[in-house]
Design a protein around this ligand. Structure first.
Ligand SMILES: [Zn+2]
Length: 284
């Protein structure tokens, strides 16, 4: 297998099919049988087959319901990080509620694995300009990095003017002691757009995505891929959503599993923790 020499970062947000943050839907009770275990087996198998390591941002809720799956992630050599406990938007929580939600998830995950959690990603990229100072809570909890900022503007999230490379964020004029690992973007018509995760990953053609990753890698830059378990199984339970949200949530789920496998075969991918250790001398 010939892969590019630059390490890209592979990430998954580990949650159930009903974890979403649209205003106009009511999250259904956890009644219907989900395909969560099948989806997780699929993701872990793809990583194994393509020799890629990943960061799994796991909800505390998932830790409570599927502790064996969290152990399997670790056993396969991947990083277990936090996606919060209950999948609530960070900017709809107070500072203290946010901190408590993250702490609860970190405690659950560390109890299962016995390994320190060092990274966090907010549900639906919900660290935005108005709550950027919430990053301080992560430092107070002893975390080493955040990966919640998407330098784009969408109806749900984004800080379009945020730095696009890994950096130490500043809050109130003070540099924090944690790293920010922003989601990958590319420039199109003068605007930042995503290309390598979630809807963008499903929407853009495979050859086009590969080309953007290759171009970034040639410039010495990494790309981050992110996906959810539900995105590798077109038969997973589905939320009933209005047209726009349905399109964003489910467009081309059918082709995603094989597309992911082929992209992972074409490039080097590792976890965020590994990337920070090797390229930014992070000591943990
Ligand atoms: Zn999520």
């Amino acid at each position: 297998m010939i892969k590019s020499g630059v390490n890209n970062m592979l990430t998954f947000d580990i949650e159930e099919w009903f974890h979403a943050n649209y205003d106009d839907i009511v999250t259904p009770a956890d009644g219907k049988p989900s395909h969560f275990r099948y989806c997780m087996d699929t993701l872990l198998e793809i990583c194994r087959k393509t020799d890629c390591k990943a960061t799994f941002f796991v909800l505390g809720y998932i830790g409570e319901h599927y502790p064996d799956v969290v152990k399997a992630i670790l056993r396969e050599g991947h990083e277990v990080a936090s996606h919060g406990y209950a999948h609530q938007l960070a900017y709809k929580q107070t500072y203290e509620q946010f901190k408590a939600d993250v702490k609860k998830s970190v405690d659950i995950l560390e109890h299962i694995t016995g390994v320190k959690v060092i990274g966090y990603r907010a549900p639906s990229w919900s660290i935005v300009e108005s709550n950027l100072h919430y990053l301080q809570a992560l430092e107070e909890l002893g975390l080493k990095y955040d990966a919640s900022i998407f330098p784009v503007k969408t109806f749900l999230y984004g800080i379009p003017t945020a730095p696009t490379e890994i950096h130490k964020p500043r809050v109130g004029g003070k540099e924090l002691g944690i790293y920010e690992v922003p989601m990958s973007v590319m420039q199109m018509a003068g605007k930042n757009i995503g290309y390598s995760g979630g809807f963008y990953f499903r929407f853009f053609p495979e050859l086009w995505i590969k080309n953007v990753i290759r171009t970034a890698n040639r410039q010495g830059k990494s790309s981050i891929v992110y996906l959810h378990p539900r995105e590798v199984d077109p038969t997973e339970q589905k939320l009933s959503l209005p047209f726009k949200e349905h399109f964003i949530h489910y467009y081309n789920v059918r082709g995603t599993k094989s597309k992911l496998e082929r992209i992972l075969r074409s490039f080097e991918f590792t976890s965020i923790a590994e990337q920070l250790k090797t390229r930014y001398n992070l000591e943990v």
